[in-house]
Write a protein that binds this ligand. Structure first.
Ligand code: GCW
Length: 844
């Protein structure tokens, strides 16, 4: 840029800053997530005595990263520029290094003894007569974690005058898994395309990969599997490994080690052998040579993640071998290099005969892996999904978590909201994870909560920990919704310390993301903490699981999609009752996989908690819960309560206008919450109507099937629009919609308002397919009220619950008899379909 132009730009920027308040210029697209380092305001005064000098001796990469990060954070939050020195000066300072390192600078320091790997010590000490802040790490990684911990304390405006905080992670393995395909798509990813891959190669620009590693490091994550568990053998190809090495280089300054998912058939499909039988010596040498090749280019390679014999993936069963045979062969190849194998316990038959009431997918992991306990090598870790099925909205803790006393374990949690309202529904999963982590397996009759088993503590295992399926993408806010980042933050914080409470994690995240205003903190925390039970309420309560379309997007309702097929996610609802009988006495025997004490909690109807009733038992709809309510009425009520609660989320968020730092995130989240408000109603109606039809038992409160404020599109006066059936019927109001099908260029639906004169809110329920951008216009008494384009990217091309959405038009004055007319202009495959218009008195 020429100098004169540069000056013009600077001048213009200055002028803009004068005209617009600074907040407007600080638009936030969510990229910085919880690392915003937003300037502290009046709280800055608390840091008047904060040192201006930073003493660092080590030139190695992590201390260097730590130094830069500290300078960056302090600059952002306190507006101070730290100076750096190698020797202790005659003024107060921050001293940063390993435990030995800081002692070599200040010999009198007494750091805590036996600080575990990756632990840190933050402390306020007098050194040479000056107040100093010590940031010491048990390892280089610990230094970095200490820096991030101190920066968090500054962001929370904590008093640092009595700083004394020694922490070490509860779990050695704190990894994320990203299900990125090498072509750039992400399986169950909702934040855009891969930050690592495009066109079967590693991206040229890995800025996002290194920024991701920074985010991860800030909350203690130390490993990342970068490709889909449904692995492409190309991940191990000779020309691909140097490309992977570039990602490892981007991660390394942040202490994050790279690992990859591997396809167990690679010796055959990639290596050209005629077998991948793990017990064939040629296969064994293939893995050894491959491991050596990897470590030549990635010396700190973390290891492999394996999905085998699962959902069509190749595995040892092809040769009559066990998961232990397979895991050990791969593990022995990695062992000389200190690499590990994470072998997933998500192994099951997806062609189960649904007619056999004894069949049960929930049994699979335990049935397969428990007999192999003790047969796995020391560098194998069995990675176990937290529940026995598949990241459902409510599952009991997987019995396998308590069933491996002589084997390393890690718990797999799903950060990406696959079954929990991908990117659009607020669903903070930490409270759900906490329930599993705190669940007491009563192994050998002792208190053995899951968190202490997976950490290795209960059975004295050297390895263990957490794996979180993150699936971040190229969109600016990483996960498609800034609120979804609370799950990534929470996952990592739990991996570090599973004893943290959900409330504390929520509050930490909120304050780092939106600032320290107590009203903002309280409001957002309340929303977060109630969001999972709310989602459960309007999707599938009582442990029946998420009644979503399990065969497709896992998004909208698909109550019957789980039934009469081999996938084994059955709820077995029929005319008489609902639920899976998993008892030992009369059911699938799944309950018998738990320790005797836990069995007692689930085997009988009277002992089983309502929240898991239908997971363990098949009961008639008239069965009375502990609350005294019948099952069917509970299903109706919770769906109404859930949808109602989302309405409150919108109001609660609206109360924060102007308080959450910037407008961009505020508006983004508001749009999402309003969408969720409408979609929760789609869920409510679909599930309630399905149960009404199947059970034949009406809602005692008269709501289900009666919608007095609605005018169905198919009953309006239609011009060119035609009524169409929606499949399944419960996924549209009245089972029908109206569509403007080609070759029509424009359609209209109209009716006359029959209510009293007044001010109303109009909810236009329409369908936004992802194969076009239809236009809508709405007129009242001939005057155009609103127009919009259906250009959202909902996950379906068809009319149904995935694409059903609403336009809310508030404050509309209506007169009795006035004509309301909606025009639809189709586009591409999108047919400008309408479901209904609901006219409700304008809410206060
Ligand atoms: O729930 C299923 C998902 C698959 C996923 C699988 C797994 C990666 O539908 O998309 O595949 O779980 O966890 O392996």
């Amino acid at each position: 840029m020429k100098r004169s132009r540069f000056l013009r730009v600077v001048y213009l920027a200055g002028l803009l800053a004068l005209i617009f308040p600074s907040q407007k210029l600080l638009a936030d697209n969510g990229y910085d997530a919880w690392l915003r380092y937003a300037p502290l305001k009046e709280e800055r005064a608390k840091f008047a005595a904060f040192p201006s000098l930073l003493v660092v001796r080590s030139d190695s990469p992590l201390p260097q990263t730590s130094q830069k990060e500290l300078i960056r954070g302090v600059r952002g939050m306190l507006g101070r520029e730290l100076r750096v020195a190698k020797e202790l000066p005659k003024e107060s300072a921050i001293v940063l290094g390993t435990l030995e390192g800081v002692q070599s600078i200040a010999a009198d320091l007494q750091p805590p003894k036996n600080l575990g790997a990756d632990g840190y010590w933050l402390s306020n000490q007098r050194v040479n007569g000056h107040d100093c802040i010590i940031i010491a790490g048990a390892t280089d990684r610990g230094i970095l974690y200490g820096v991030f911990a101190l920066l968090r304390k500054i962001a929370f405006a904590e008093d640092l005058s009595h700083l004394q905080d020694a922490q070490e992670p509860a779990n050695p393995i704190r990894w994320v898994n990203d299900w990125d395909n090498l072509d750039g798509r992400i399986e169950r990813g909702y934040g855009g395309r891969s930050i690592f891959f495009e066109n079967d190669s590693v991206r040229a620009d890995l800025t996002r990969a290194s920024d991701y590693a920074r985010l991860l490091a800030s909350v203690g994550i130390n490993g990342c599997i970068v490709n889909n568990v449904n692995a492409n053998p190309r991940a191990l190809a000779p020309d691909f490994l140097p490309q992977l090495a570039r990602i490892a280089d981007a991660f390394r300054p942040w202490g994050v080690r790279l690992g990859i998912s591997v396809d167990l058939s690679s010796p055959k499909s990639l290596g050209g052998l005629d077998t991948f039988d793990p017990l064939d010596p040629r296969v064994q040498s293939w893995w050894k040579e491959k491991a050596d090749e990897i470590y030549r280019v990635i010396p700190d390679f973390a290891g492999f993640l394996v999905k085998a014999d699962s959902e069509g993936r190749p595995g040892p069963s092809s040769y009559g071998r066990t998961p232990a045979d397979a895991a050990n062969v791969v593990a022995r190849a990695l062992q000389p290099h200190a690499g590990i194998v994470m072998y997933r316990a998500f192994v099951y038959d997806h062609h189960l005969d649904w007619r056999n009431p004894k069949n049960d997918r929930a049994r699979a992991a335990y049935d397969i892996f428990h007999p192999l306990d003790g047969k796995f090598d020391e560098n194998v870790v069995i990675q176990i999904k937290h529940g026995p099925i598949d990241f459902q909205v409510r599952e009991p803790a997987s019995p396998l978590l308590g069933g491996l006393a002589k084997t390393n374990e890690a718990i797999e949690l799903q950060v990406t909201q696959d079954y929990s309202g991908p990117r659009r529904h607020l669903c903070f999963l930490v409270p759900m994870w906490k329930e599993t982590l705190d669940f007491d397996m009563r192994t050998d009759g002792h208190a053995t909560p899951v968190k202490n088993i997976v950490s290795g503590q209960v059975f004295n295992r050297a390895l263990g920990g957490f794996a979180g399926v993150a699936n971040v993408g190229l969109e600016a806010n990483w996960m498609g919704n800034p609120m979804a980042m609370a799950n990534l933050y929470g996952f990592a914080r739990l991996a570090w310390d599973p004893n943290l409470s959900a409330a504390d994690i929520a509050s930490e995240w909120t304050r780092l993301t939106f600032g320290n205003d107590p009203l903002v903190d309280r409001t957002i925390d309340t929303m977060l903490l109630s969001s999972w039970p709310t989602y459960e309420n309007y999707t599938g309560p009582l442990g029946v699981q998420t009644l979503t379309d399990i065969l497709g997007s896992h998004y909208g309702p698909g109550v019957e999609s789980s039934e009469r097929n081999g996938w084994g996610q059955w709820h077995r609802a029929d005319h008489d009752g609902v639920g899976m009988d998993r008892t030992v006495a009369t059911g699938t025997g799944y309950v018998g996989q738990y320790s005797p004490e836990v069995q007692k909690a689930f085997e009988t109807l009277s002992a089983t908690p309502d929240s898991l009733l239908l997971f363990f038992h098949h009961v008639p709809y008239t069965y009375r819960l502990k609350s005294g309510e019948t099952v069917i009425q509970h299903i109706y009520d919770t769906h109404y309560q859930g949808a109602e609660r989302v309405r409150d989320f919108v109001k609660e968020w609206e109360s924060l206008r102007g308080l959450v730092g910037d407008d961009e995130r505020y508006e983004f989240v508001l749009t999402r919450l309003k969408y969720q408000e409408g979609h929760a109603i789609v869920w409510r109606d679909a599930v309630c109507n399905w149960f009404l039809r199947v059970s034949g038992i009406p809602d005692a409160k008269g709501r289900v099937g009666h919608y007095p404020n609605r005018v169905e599109a198919e009953s309006m006066q239609l011009t060119v629009y035609v009524p169409v059936e929606v499949e399944p019927a419960e996924n549209a109001s009245g089972g029908k919609a109206v569509a403007c099908q080609s070759p029509a260029r424009e359609c209209a639906a109209s009716f006359h308002f029959s209510g009293a004169n007044g001010t109303y809110r109009l909810n236009v329920q329409y369908f936004d397919q992802n194969n076009g951008k239809a236009k809508f216009r709405i007129f009242v008494g001939g005057r155009q009220l609103d127009e919009w384009i259906a250009d959202d990217t909902l996950p379906n091309t068809k009319l149904g619950a995935d694409t059903s959405t609403r336009r809310q038009i508030s404050g509309v004055t209506l007169h009795t008899g006035e004509e309301i007319r909606i025009e639809g202009i189709p586009d591409g495959g999108e047919v400008a379909a309408l479901d209904y218009v609901e006219i409700e008195p304008q809410p206060k």
